[in-house]
Design a protein around this ligand. Structure first.
Ligand SMILES: [Mn+2]
Length: 409
């Protein structure tokens, strides 16, 4: 028996044309290897797509690639990830399953109050495959609590458990995710196919394996790829696990400390970096941080910088400037125990940089900002027209600002 294990492909995460091409060609390479190596089936541990309803262009490309594999009588098994699942809307995963392209494993069913995720037996190999899908906010942890563990350990044969959850014991220093304990996994499986962690983990003693993302087109994943994390997938043959490295690009990671510089000086420092770096066909991650001595952060010509880097043939520029501040609008890292508190503190900080004659006004502005912010989070209803949604939001905003009557009168 030979199978492939991929995860966290996040198709559609990037809209940059060149990155998108790479995303598709990397998926294609992975499936070509699976066909060349004649694997019996492929397991995807969640987050095949970046959102539950992705751009149809990427769906079409993915279907083309997966169909070639499936047309050979091979199967693709997967679970939902935290990204491609939605509690109240149909996911593209459901549509592809209805079309017979993929098979979702571990659909929940209950027996005597215990959870028995459905087991799929692969026809070619007889492998038994089940698992637990990912949920937003790690709600899947509750599912693990109710698992019928005895039932699973009584089953005879080669068993694979597919899941989309991080595991606490595998946490590295500085990683802040919530996960399950390795003891939450049911005993007696031959392979635990993990997803959700965006780095490769091989734990042969516990038989837990995370391939990490196949392709990484965004944020911190890009940064980690450039810093050396290899991207690819596993092929498992008779218990041997082999990592196939598909890392699709090279890159440059550059930090620039702006502390003590004026916005003007920072501009020329960045320009200097671009002029002395061969950025061609590379992903550039540029992190600019520190406190400017003069000028505002908006005086830093980031869009010009992006244009220049792309003009010189870079694949993509990922700009991290979340820790760049200026003296004129100095802000410390917002602190608070929960989201509400953090939001409040951010508004307070912003307001304290403005000069109000009455201190009472500050609290009112903070309260108003928060109320407006909360109301603007309201999402579009299913089936609601764009224009109706905009009108509804407008009315809500006017109401919060207390000027509804003023305008209508
Ligand atoms: Mn993911």
């Amino acid at each position: 028996m030979k199978f492939a294990h991929m995860s966290d492909i996040h198709l559609g995460a990037t809209t940059e044309p060149r990155l998108r091409e790479l995303e598709i060609s990397t998926l294609n390479r992975a499936f070509q290897i699976c066909m060349d190596r004649d694997v019996d089936f492929i397991i995807i541990s969640g987050d095949l797509f970046h959102v539950n309803i992705p751009d149809l262009f990427i769906v079409k490309e993915a279907v083309k690639i997966m169909k070639r594999f499936v047309d050979r009588g091979r199967k693709i098994y997967l679970v939902y990830g935290s990204h491609d699942y939605s509690p109240n809307a149909t996911s593209i995963v459901d549509i592809l399953e209805e079309a017979g392209l993929i098979k979702r494993v571990g659909k929940p069913s209950f027996s005597n109050g215990k959870l028995r995720p459905e087991i799929i037996v692969d026809e070619r190999t007889g492998a038994m495959i089940t698992g637990i899908s990912g949920r937003k906010l790690s709600l899947e942890r509750d599912y693990f609590r109710y698992l019928d563990r005895e039932y699973f350990s009584s089953l005879k044969g080669y068993k694979i458990f597919v899941f989309h959850s991080a595991i606490e014991e595998l946490k590295r220093k500085g990683e802040y995710y919530e996960g399950i304990a390795s003891s939450d996994l049911p005993n007696g499986f031959d392979y635990y196919a993990g997803g959700h962690l965006h780095r490769r983990v091989e734990d042969p003693r516990r038989k837990i394996f995370y391939p990490g993302p196949l392709f990484t087109g965004w944020g911190i994943d890009l940064e980690n790829t450039i810093k050396g994390e290899r991207r690819g997938f596993f092929i498992v043959e008779d218990g041997r696990v082999e990592f196939l490295d598909l890392t699709p690009f090279q890159g440059i990671y550059k930090e620039i400390d702006a502390t003590g510089l004026s916005a003007f000086e920072l501009n020329s420092k960045i320009k200097n970096f671009i002029e002395n770096t061969d950025v061609r066909d590379k992903v550039i991650v540029l992190k600019v941080f520190g406190v400017l001595s003069r000028g505002k952060t908006s005086d830093v010509e980031f869009s010009r910088i992006r244009e220049e880097i792309m003009r010189r043939g870079a694949l993509y520029l990922h700009l991290n400037r979340s820790q760049l501040r200026s003296k004129e609008f100095e802000s410390s890292t917002p602190i608070g125990e929960d989201i509400q508190k953090i939001e409040e503190n951010i508004f307070k900080e912003a307001v304290s940089n403005r000069k109000f004659s009455e201190s009472k006004l500050i609290n009112e502005v903070v309260a108003l900002s928060r109320a407006l912010f909360n109301q603007l989070k309201v999402q579009k209803k299913e089936g609601e027209r764009e224009a109706d949604y905009e009108k509804r939001m407008e009315e809500i905003a006017l109401e919060v600002l207390g000027i509804k009557d003023l305008l209508s009168g």
